[in-house]
Design a protein around this ligand. Structure first.
Ligand SMILES: Nc1ncnc2c1ncn2[C@@H]1O[C@H](COP(=O)(O)OP(=O)(O)OP(=O)(O)O)[C@@H](O)[C@H]1O
Ligand SMILES: [Mg+2]
Length: 462
C-alpha cells in the first residue's frame, strides 16, 4: 500500500508519556510485523526519537522542518535502529498559520508506505493540529484525572476540523499500580481512569502502560541514548503491556478501510487540480462498469470501484476492469487448458500478476500469444495457445480487445492497484501504466508525462 496509516500520539498535558509511547510503539509494531515499514517523527524538541533510533550519531542535514518546505517525505526518512525509520527532529520549527493540511498532503504525495507514527508537543500548536488532521488513529495517553480532563481540545478539533472520521483511543499510561482509592471497595488508578473515561463516552485501548522505575531510567545514561523497553526493560510489566498495545493497534488499523492519506490524495486531486480531476473523470467514463467475464458490476461510481480487480486496456476502445477470480478462472485456467505446459507455471503466474507486472494477450495469425512483463517492460514469461474464433474464451478475449483492420490490438492487463484499484486511473499511476504499455506494444499513445508536474496540489512553497 502506498497509502500509509498515520497514528498520532497527542495530549495537551506534558509528561504523560507521549514520546515514550510513540517511540516504543514504533519499535514494538516493527518487532511484531517485520513486513510493514514503520516510520516515526516528532514535533517535540527533545530529540528522543533521534537518540533512540539514529545509527552513528545525529545528522541534522534534513529534518521534520523540510516536510513543510516541500521536500518529499521519503527523501527525509533515515534508516533507524530496530528496523524503524525516522525523520530527524528539529527544535526550530515555524508554523504556517492555519494551513494544517500541508502535512497530510505531503504524506499523501510521498511514496511512504506502512505505518507513520507522529509524536507531538504538549500543546495544540500548528504541528499538533497538522498531525491530528493527517491521522487515522489518535492515541491520547492519560496519566491521571487532570490529563483526562484535558483532552477536550483534541477530541473537538478532530471532530470539527477533520474531514474524515478519526479513531481516538485513550491510553492510561505511567499508571502507578501502588495507588489505591477507597470507593466502596479499593480501586486502582487504572480502574478509576477507565471508569471515568468510559462514563464520559471515550474509547480506551484495552491495555494500559504501567509505571516502572526501570523504564524511567531508559532516558538517562552516559551515552546520551534513549533505550527502548524491548531491549532494555524486557523483565518489566511495561514490556508485556507494549506487546499487547502493539497488537491492539494492529487490530484497530486492520479495520481502517480507507487511510486518510488516500482520501487526502483524492481530495487534493479533486479540489485543487481541476485538470487532473477532469482527466480522471474521462478515464472512468471510458471504462465499462461490468466485468467482461461474469457481467457483475465493478464500477458503481466515480470513486467506487470493486476491490480485487485487474485493469485491462486494448487500444483506445476496450478498457475496464475484470474481476480477479474471473481472470484466474476464465483466462488463466483456459490458457492452461489449451497449453498443458503452462500448468507448471500457473501458480507462479498468478502470483506474478498480483505484483507490479503486466500481462499481455495478443491474437496473431489465428493464435493467442500471451506474455508477462516486469515494470521495465522486460519479458518474464511467454506462451502461445490455439485460438478458435467461435469459442466462449475467444468471445471473452474479443470483449477485452479492440478490433482493427489488421486484427486485434494487444490487451494489457494489470492488477488494479493496491489496495484501491481506482488509483491506477489517477495521473501518477496511469501515466506510468501507459508508458509501460507503449513500450510493450510499440504503440504511441500519449502519456502526458512531459507536461505533468509531480505535485498535484498547491502548497505555500510551490
Ligand atoms: N511507563 C513508564 N514508567 C515510568 N516512567 C515513564 C513511563 N513512561 C514514561 N516515563 C517517564 O515519564 C517522563 C515523561 O515521559 P515522556 O517524555 O514520554 O512524556 P511526554 O508526554 O512526551 O512529555 P512532553 O509533554 O514533555 O513531551 C519521562 O521521564 C519518561 O522516562
Ligand atoms: Mg514528549
Amino acid at each position: 500500500m502506498n497509502y500509509p496509516i498515520v497514528i498520532t500520539i497527542a495530549s495537551e498535558k506534558g509528561g504523560v508519556g507521549k514520546t515514550t509511547v510513540a517511540t516504543n510503539l514504533a519499535v514494538y509494531l516493527k518487532a511484531l510485523r517485520e513486513d510493514i515499514p514503520v516510520t516515526i517523527f516528532s514535533f517535540d524538541n527533545h530529540f528522543t526519537v533521534d537518540k533512540m533510533l539514529s545509527i552513528g550519531g545525529i545528522t541534522p542535514e534534513t529534518s521534520v522542518r523540510d516536510i513543510f518546505r516541500g521536500r518529499d517525505l521519503s527523501e527525509l526518512v533515515q534508516t533507524g535502529q530496530y528496523g524503524v525509520n525516522f525523520i530527524a527532529s528539529q527544535n526550530k520549527l515555524a508554523s504556517f498559520g492555519e494551513r494544517h493540511e500541508i502535512l497530510s498532503s505531503q504524506i499523501a504525495d510521498s511514496s511512504l508506505d506502512g505505518i507513520i507514527i507522529i509524536d507531538t508537543r504538549p500543546s495544540m500548536d500548528f504541528f499538533t493540529k497538522s498531525a491530528l488532521i493527517a491521522s487515522d488513529l489518535v492515541i491520547i495517553p492519560i496519566k491521571d484525572l487532570p490529563s483526562l480532563d484535558n483532552i477536550g481540545g483534541i477530541t473537538s478539533f478532530c471532530e470539527d476540523e477533520s474531514d474524515h472520521p478519526v479513531n481516538i483511543r485513550l491510553l492510561p499510561s505511567i499508571v502507578d499500580g501502588t495507588v489505591k482509592f477507597k470507593s466502596g471497595k479499593s480501586a486502582t488508578m487504572d480502574c478509576l481512569l477507565r471508569t471515568v473515561a468510559a462514563k464520559r463516552g471515550y474509547e480506551l485501548i484495552k491495555h494500559s502502560i504501567p509505571r516502572s522505575p526501570k523504564v524511567e531510567t531508559l532516558t538517562t545514561n552516559s551515552f546520551s541514548k534513549v533505550f527502548p523497553v524491548i531491549t532494555h526493560a524486557r523483565e518489566t510489566g511495561v514490556h508485556k503491556s507494549f506487546t499487547l498495545l502493539a497488537r491492539d493497534i494492529l487490530s484497530i488499523i486492520d479495520k481502517i478501510s480507507e487511510p486518510q492519506s488516500l482520501m487526502a490524495l483524492r481530495k487534493n486531486i479533486f479540489a485543487s487540480d481541476a485538470e487532473s480531476n477532469e482527466r480522471y473523470k474521462e478515464r472512468v467514463a471510458t471504462i465499462s462498469p461490468l466485468c467482461p467475464s461474469c457481467g457483475s458490476k465493478i464500477l458503481t461510481g466515480l470513486k467506487n470501484i470493486k476491490r480485487d480487480v485487474l485493469y485491462f486496456k486494448s487500444g483506445r476502445g476496450k478498457n475496464g476492469f475484470v474481476d480477479k477470480t474471473c481472470f484466474t478462472k476464465d483466462i488463466l485456467d483456459e490458457l492452461v487448458r489449451l497449453d498443458k505446459d503452462l500448468i507448471y507455471f500457473r501458480d507462479e503466474l498468478t502470483e506474478e500478476i498480483e505484483g507490479d507486472n503486466v500481462f499481455c494477450i495478443r491474437i496473431v495469425d489465428g493464435e493467442i500469444q500471451f506474455s508477462l512483463y516486469d515494470t521495465e517492460g522486460k519479458t518474464i514469461f511467454e506462451g502461445r495457445a490455439r485460438y478458435s474464433a467461435g469459442s466462449p474464451f475467444a468471445k471473452l478475449l474479443h470483449a477485452m480487445m479492440t478490433k482493427t483492420s489488421e486484427g486485434f490490438n494487444p490487451c494489457i492487463i494489470k492488477f488494479g492497484g493496491k489496495p484501491f484499484p481506482d488509483t491506477i486511473l489517477l495521473d501518477d499511476s496511469y501515466y506510468d501504466f501507459i508508458s509501460l504499455k507503449n513500450k510493450i506494444t510499440g504503440e504511441q499513445e500519449e502519456t502526458g508525462y512531459k507536461t505533468r508536474k509531480k505535485r498535484l496540489f498547491k502548497l505555500p512553497f510551490s
